[in-house]
Design a protein around this ligand. Sequence first.
Ligand SMILES: [Zn+2]
Length: 291
Amino acid sequence: MKKTFSIMAVVLFAAAFATAQQPAKKLKVFISVDMEGISGLINWDETSQGGPDYPLFRRLMTEEANAAIAGALDAGATEIVVRDAHDSARNILPDELREEARLIREWNGPLSMMEGIDTTFDAVVFIGNHARAGTPNAVLKHTMSLSLFDVILNGVRLPEAAWNAAIAGYFDVPVVFLSGDSAVCKQIQEIIGPIETAAVKDGMGPAASMIHPRKAREMIKKGVAAGLRNLKAYKPYKPSAPYKLEIVFTDENLARRASLIPGVDRTGERSVAFNSGDFMEIIKYFRLARL
Ligand SMILES: [Zn+2]
């Protein structure tokens, strides 16, 4: 009996020592935050600097980013980067964002809403998203800008979130969570497969039925934590080479201008196409063509 106890004590001590020696497992999370899919928001005016209710909605946007950070920390995140990815890219209130995260503001290069992502990240989270242009019963639907009608990659019509998922996929990082209206939650999963989502509003034509922002934040926190805890289940979204990117503009003049870029084919009155075996070329082309 005594001998058994001694052996058990040694085993337990060894196990405790081994646990203490293990470095914390790295979990680096990239959170890209758009605004149209924030809970409570319904009108362009509310997303634009100068709009009378913009101060309220930029605070709610900041709070949804904070809910995602809280969920990431619950799941053991060791490093968190938040990308402000709407309009001016200067919406999130820096002093109200949780201090565990770094914040990327303003626009820079071709990665756009994903600026700052690289292969050192383990997971991507999307907050405040919206469906692609032309989607019925979707809140503030558009694709990147109001001058694009369609962005089609290898024959698949993409919402912004799927384009951003493909950028993350280029760096081998999977998307684990998306929040926004119910239309974009459905749309993203049809393209990249099942992920955790929080549908914070249902579009009703130009109107919407909303859940309370506090409830939305609770769903975001839980969903982000669940996605990160189940990280191994998600694969990076990597469309296969060779790549064909087609852009349909709302205006013929924009298609004409984009077709001036070497290597671009004019495929219709309002459309152009670009082919490459290198996805980074496709990313750069898209950034240039929609300027
Ligand atoms: Zn936006």
